[in-house]
Write a protein that binds this ligand. Sequence first.
Ligand SMILES: Nc1nc2c(c(=O)[nH]1)N[C@H]1C(S)=C(S)[C@@H](COP(=O)(O)O)O[C@H]1N2
Ligand SMILES: [Mo]
Length: 427
Amino acid sequence: MSKRDKQTADLEFVAGNGLIHRRMFLTQGAAMAGSLGLLSATPSHAEPLEIPPWMKAPGSHMSAYGQRSRYEDSVQRVVGGTPGVVGSGVSFTPIEKLHGTITPNSLHFERHHSGVPDIDPDGHQLLLHGLVDRPLVFSMDALMRYPTVTRIQFLECSGNSGTNLGPQAQQAPAGVLHGLMSCSEWTGVPLSILLEEAGVRRGANWVLAEGADAAGMSRSIPLEKMMDDAIIALYQNGERLRPENGYPMRLFLPGYEGNMSVKWLRRLKVNREPTMTRDETSHYTDVMLGGKALILTFPMGVKSLITSPSTGLNLTEPGRYEITGIAWSGAGKIARVEVSADGGNTWAEAALTEPVLSKSFTRFRMAWQWDGGPAVLMSRAIDESGSVQPTREALTREFGERRNYHNNGIQVWSVAARTGEVTNVYA
Ligand SMILES: Nc1nc2c(c(=O)[nH]1)N[C@H]1C(S)=C(S)[C@@H](COP(=O)(O)O)O[C@H]1N2
Ligand SMILES: [Mo]
């Protein structure tokens, strides 16, 4: 038996078509991954390396604001517009080119209904009024003096993965199919503090939030959510929000559909009822079977996605690979992620990268022996509330074909025999 065959014989296969037990990542970790042949360094005879040009003279000077390496310039958001609507469109986070769980600010997805306003923080104010004892106006300086909380949480547009609701599976990078989502460390002032200061009156149940963009985008938020974990976000991954993500302040509602996290926040009005704004009636509602519409659907469902392999990240040769991706849920923590390499006939539990946080991205990993044959890769997330990520077919049966939002269906990647080409398929 060759060394390689011996190693294959030692692998602990746990599900069909080559999935290997996650113990490989959990116990001896990297050392074991090495011995299993997941690593692919070139054998060396220990000859000295050549001196490269960049070691022969000092490098460039310090810089006041950092840039990534020019060799990474191809990692970009993919920008798309809405034809005929000035300032409206999206840009997608290239999730298949990122790792870990934090989205760099420059690559955070964007969704604007009327462009990015250029707001001078000294000219910006936030009004809190409606069913309160004391209406309040906050200048930027005033708001900055309140206590803050910091949490790592995802933001996902409810239109994310909408392409996969269409009749035919489209071929596009994972980021274009599913990149209307990102995860950041958000720091901001809890809404509960401001609402308590204003004194919410009896009978109040909802809060209208309005943005300072030309769209004046506005949504109604249950008072309960505002008193629970809603914040006015001021910082994103340690620095002040980017203009495209709501500078100088945005509402941030952990786990809720992205649209409700109103950017460039200027007004909060405490109400008895939801306002039924344009953005919550004509948009962000789903036409169901039988023609009724589902509206005011807030938490994002439990979801996961294999980011590698995925469209464009083809396999090169038979051998061992790491299948990796992200899982998240608007209901809390991810409890488990399962992976299948045989189109859902058999499943194995993936390793989760710590820390596993509530309403945040969780990275999962699975070791896989690809034998060069056809494979159908899927991931399925289960959250701490016990919710299981559904298949696309189950969602279609439940909600019909006319939905535009809230697609948390399982993504299926087909790996072609021999060529290793990865395509998006509906199983
Ligand atoms: N004022 C305002 N807030 C807004 C929007 C907008 O166009 N205007 N877009 C919403 C939508 S649909 C989403 S998904 C998120 C996107 O946030 P991001 O651009 O920071 O990723 O912001 C929401 N808040
Ligand atoms: Mo959105």
